[in-house]
Design a protein around this ligand. Structure first.
Ligand code: GLA
Length: 729
């Protein structure tokens, strides 16, 4: 039993393999949070709370003379706005009388087998015997408004999920101004927080800071989870590192605007709340209606960041990513974007395909420019019909030729966008998100389609499904190339305009779900100008995501390093591209580009016909090697061995579950004259086993505690890949 409820103490204890989470119903139904951390029994942890009268901390009316009970310092599960807790809150409603007070108290609970699902929203899944669900029902006595708090426990995976549902059983309409997915309170708040910031072509850079008194936040107002901040954060002991320390990771299963707020309060307690960004949000909730927040995943690790990442990787791989491609090997693909940009025709593509097939590539992906009037990024989005003139025939014919070579075929789409210069815009100018009477703003010469309107989603879906029905497409790259602004939907009245952002995401999810159901064989790769929508919500539909538009191997070291904290390697779309690199103009060795791209779902982003014979031979070997290592890379345990932000080399490894195989990779990041030795200590090996590495055999203990001595680099950014294999028993 992963969920225990002690009737006498009114304590809930949620247990996973290595962690426990505790809460308690106290006086007048207030639901307090007591504990989250290393596994404990069901011992009532409320002894940790100091009940004392604190200045300027008011008390709920029912407490009368008891001044020690104040929501302003008690740890809570879902703090409400307006009732005397002035910290970051989870919920703010506007009642029919204009007041914003709601006071949710415990009413009942139920425990169910299996993991709950959320209608219309992505959520973790698990076999029925591997998970349990706790639903705590809360109610506001004065208004009659209700709330359900969802807790999903996947014991083996150390996962606790949270979500909330706001229910309006009254006869009046209320407005939801803020509805977060969860709150996590810590009595002892001396902690660091790590968030992942970035920009287009430099996503998910880890930034660590001590919690300061007051609120710190990361989030996105861009309608996507964004390049700029990721909906994954870590709170940890200040001493935590890769191998030691208490760390708490929280990841939203959501792809739209979000807020992650951390607060260190006046009594040095910490609070984390995460959910849909309240900034643009205003949801009308009529009588009988309910509103479901997205889900969040919480994971605790007592063994530092490596343990935390391993658990997040497992959670994503086993409980988020679905369907055929969850376990199946992903094809090594060649994407024509950096090879041709918009400048291609059918013959050129076929030549690339022939060259690629020759070297072992398994799939050709036709990127942007195959549809409508789309010879540049100034026009055509929305016109999802094949430009047969450009291709010199139908897409079906082209794909048949590509298939006849023995290559699979993949196609790029950007279904949520519309260019002003498109037939779609000329027919439906009101389908673009744009405020009437205002010019709006364009990003990459495009507007965003109003996906809050079901008919818009249906129209685009039908156009795209028509192609997928006719042509043998086995992979779709789903792109999104601007941020959303100027929210306004022609289909909604003034008082509902605050719903568009979330309705947009719901429209996107519906489309993706229909695509997943109708074409279960299609591998979807998410993309948003690279990694601008790299989140668990997208991973539920697309098992891999193009990690960044920056294909420079050296910058990718940092991007992939940051990404690895919260997301599995199998999800990271990563390709070898030309040198000098198209984004940074940096020159890097061909093998280094492969070393870095192999830390993900591998492919090429160049015209192999333009390579020298020597490099073509390397491509052949790289693909062979990747395919040999693919299971280890995508299913093994990933270790960050040294940071690309420090020292002289970035290093990482993949270790098989049985610890008998390891792929160790390193890239020299700094040349020095008269260099000192550079050592990398391996991790996750069996100290008692012996491993063959190159021509020599080393003990696991030697490799982990003494380390590997890296060769002196003979050129800038040289890289090394070593496959270690255990010898003997
Ligand atoms: C985005 C993607 C690229 C490519 C282009 C095409 O920037 O991230 O990989 O598909 O769009 O326009």
């Amino acid at each position: 039993m992963a969920i225990l409820f002690d009737q006498k103490t009114q304590v809930f204890t949620l247990q996973t393999r290595n962690s426990a989470y505790q809460m308690k119903v106290v006086d007048h139904g207030v639901l307090l949070h007591l504990y989250y951390g290393k596994k404990i029994d069901s011992c009532d942890m409320s002894y940790l709370i100091q009940w004392t009268d604190r200045g300027f901390c008011s008390n709920p009316y029912e407490m009368q003379m008891d001044r020690t009970f104040s929501l302003d310092h008690l740890p809570q599960e879902y703090p409400c706005y307006g009732i005397g807790d002035f910290r970051a809150d989870c919920i703010k409603l506007v009642n029919p009388d204009g007041s914003c007070v709601v006071d949710y108290r415990y009413r009942s609970h139920r425990i169910e087998k299996g993991k709950y699902a959320l209608a219309g929203l992505p959520a973790l899944y698990a076999d029925e015997d591997k998970a349990e669900t706790l639903i705590v029902s809360m109610a506001d006595a004065s208004s009659g408004m209700e709330l359900e708090l969802y807790y999903g426990i996947i014991e083996e995976a150390d996962v606790i999920t949270r979500a909330a549902k706001i229910v309006n059983p009254t006869s009046k309409t209320v407005y939801i101004k803020k509805a977060m997915s969860f709150c996590l309170d810590f009595l002892q708040g001396q902690m660091d927080w790590i968030h992942f910031y970035g920009k287009h072509t430099m996503e998910r850079q880890p930034e660590r800071a001590r919690l300061l008194h007051g609120r710190q936040a990361s989030g996105s107002l861009r309608g996507t989870s964004s390049h700029q901040q990721n909906p994954f954060v870590i709170l940890c002991d200040p001493e935590s590192n890769e191998d030691h320390g208490d760390c708490y990771g929280a990841s939203l299963v959501y792809s739209g605007s979000f807020l992650a707020e951390v607060e260190l309060d006046q009594f040095d307690q910490a609070r984390l709340v995460m959910g849909i960004s309240p900034e643009e949000f205003n949801w009308q909730l009529g009588p009988g209606e309910s509103f479901q927040t997205p889900e969040a995943v919480l994971i605790y690790s007592g063994e530092g960041f490596t343990g935390l990442s391993h658990r997040f990787h497992q959670a994503a791989q086993e409980h988020v990513i679905r369907g055929k491609w969850k376990d199946e090997r992903r094809p090594v693909l060649l994407n024509n974007w950096e090879a041709t940009y918009f400048d291609f025709d059918g013959d050129k593509l076929l030549k690339i395909a022939e060259g690629a097939k020759e070297l072992g590539v398994e799939m050709l992906v036709l990127d942007d420019g195959w549809f409508g009037k789309r010879d540049s990024d100034y026009s055509g989005l929305g016109d999802w019909y094949v430009n047969e003139e450009k291709l010199g025939g139908t897409l079906k014919e082209l794909v048949e030729k590509i298939n006849a070579l023995g290559l699979r075929f993949g196609l790029w789409v950007e279904p949520e966008m519309i260019c002003e210069d498109s037939d779609l815009y000329r027919a439906h100018p009101d389908w673009a998100l744009r405020v009437p009477g205002r010019p709006g703003n364009i990003g990459r010469s495009q507007f965003v389609l109003d996906y809050s309107r079901p008919e818009v989603v249906d129209h685009i879906r039908d156009m795209i499904f028509k192609i997928l029905d006719e042509v043998n497409v086995e992979y779709v790259k789903w792109d999104f190339n601007r941020s959303i602004s100027n929210y306004y939907s022609y289909a909604l009245p003034a008082e509902r305009q605050g719903e568009i952002g979330h309705r947009f995401v719901l429209g996107l999810y519906r489309f993706l779900e229909e695509l997943h159901t109708r074409y279960p064989h299609i591998l979807l790769e998410g993309c948003c100008g690279g990694g601008g929508r790299f989140d668990l919500g997208m991973l539920y539909y697309s098992p891999q995501i193009w990690c960044s538009d920056d294909t420079d191997a050296v910058e990718r070291l940092k991007i992939q390093y940051g990404t690895s904290f919260g997301y599995p390697i199998s999800a990271v779309g990563s390709h070898v591209s030309a040198s000098p690199n198209h984004q940074t103009f940096r020159r890097t060795p061909f093998e280094t580009r492969a070393t870095v791209a192999m830390a993900g779902t591998f492919g090429y982003e160049l015209d192999v016909n333009c390579l020298t014979k020597r490099d073509q031979a390397k491509v052949k070997r790289q693909i062979k090697e990747y395919k040999n290592e693919q299971d280890l890379i995508c299913k093994g345990d990933y270790y960050r061995l040294s940071s690309p932000f420090e020292g002289h080399a970035a290093a990482w490894s993949f270790v098989s579950k049985d610890k008998r195989e390891c792929l160790f990779c390193a890239v020299s990041t700094k040349l020095q004259s008269n260099p000192g030795a550079v050592y990398v200590k391996l991790k996750g090996l069996d100290p008692k086993l012996c491993y063959k590495m190159g021509e020599r055999v080393y003990s696991g203990a030697a490799l982990m505690y003494g380390g590997v001595l890296l060769p002196i680099p003979g050129e800038e950014y040289q890289s090394w890949r070593y496959h270690l294999k255990a010898v003997g028993k």
